[in-house]
Design a protein around this ligand. Structure first.
Ligand code: SAM
Length: 310
């Protein structure tokens, strides 16, 4: 099977990041290198890139794709949170950062990875296949109340209680199809959306700690930027987008005290300037990559830190 991933919002991402020759680019979710390849082309022969992914098959694809790039490209097999912590500890500074979140098309297309309910496969859903927590473990061992919380909060699923109850009653649940049909019996279909979509999203977020990775990494990624450096984030569901929106809103304000407080006591200074007033949305008519329909791109530039008052 040829594994291919069509980069989402590629032209818009290049426009907001505005890569210049000789710059250093950090792609924290490099996947199959679609964004990275296009950006490296614009960085020219003196530009460099650090490419991070937690998925071994993405790392193999990146290694093959950039095998002739020599020292221009460093590839790191790690979660982006660990990678950016390490780079920050080393005092690294970069000009451009991209986070293109979620799963790649090849991850979904490899049925055995268990991300999709369209094929029958074990309940896996790990982006990093060396980690021990799988979707099967969550489904078959988590207490009912915890399953309900995950499905409600990460899937924004209003039938979470009934789904959690029926999962616990039906244990063990071994495969994606078994789980999907159990969920569909409760949820039914709404329009184009399969009833199992939200529950599968919730389990994937839990298995891969997707929201906590994002929340914890954003301030570290900001520290990694040179003044004037740019960060772009592409999200695929409202929970991720809310985290990025709130972070950019907060970091573009000089004071984050509660609005009714008469005097500022927070000592906070803006670290970022938003580059887009509203996010750029992916095309709902993208026939090549249906994931683009839910994509949202936000971007910001690092401000020059204010001198400390004495
Ligand atoms: C949408 S794809 C990126 C596609 C890439 N921009 C391209 O053009 O090929 C998302 C990638 O991020 C990786 N990923 C998701 N969360 C991650 C994390 N916390 N740390 C590292 N990689 C992550 C996934 O394994 C996947 O390969």
């Amino acid at each position: 099977m040829t594994l291919q991933h069509q980069p989402v919002l590629l032209d818009d991402t290049i426009q907001v990041l505005d890569p210049k020759p000789g710059q250093l680019y950090l792609d924290a979710t490099a996947g199959f290198g679609g964004h990275a390849g296009a950006i490296l082309d614009r960085l020219g022969p003196n530009g460099r890139a650090i490419l991070v992914d937690r998925d071994a098959s993405a790392i193999r694809a990146l290694t093959e794709r950039f095998k002739d790039a020599g020292e221009r490209v460093e590839i790191i097999h790690s979660s982006y949170l660990e990678a950016c912590e390490r780079l920050a500890d080393e005092g690294m500074l970069v000009d451009l950062i991209l986070l293109d979140l979620g799963v790649s098309s090849p991850q979904i297309d490899q049925a055995e990875r268990g991300f999709s309910f369209r094929a029958d496969a074990p309940l896996d859903m790990r982006m990093d296949q060396s980690q021990s927590l799988t979707a099967g473990h969550v489904v078959n061992t988590y207490p009912q109340i915890e399953l309900e919380r995950i499905i409600r909060n990460y899937g924004e699923e209003r039938h979470a209680r009934a789904i959690a109850r029926d999962i616990v009653a039906a244990r063990p649940i071994e495969t994606t199809k078994q789980l999907a049909s159990l969920v569909r019996k409760i949820v039914g279909r709404s329009g184009d959306i399969d009833g199992a979509t939200r529950t599968f999203q919730a389990l994937r977020i839990e298995v891969n700690s997707e929201l906590s990775q994002l929340q914890e990494a954003l301030p570290i990624l900001t520290r990694l930027l040179v003044p004037g450096g740019r960060i772009a984030v592409i999200t695929f569901h409202s929970l991720e987008d809310r985290i990025v929106k709130q972070y950019f809103d907060q970091e573009s304000r000089d004071c984050i005290c509660p609005p009714k407080q008469p005097i500022c006591t927070c000592g906070h200074h803006a670290t970022l300037k938003k580059l887009l007033n509203k996010p750029i949305a992916g095309s709902i008519n993208d026939a090549i990559n249906p994931r683009a329909r839910s994509a949202k791109l936000r971007a910001a530039a690092k401000l020059t830190p204010k001198p400390k008052e004495v």
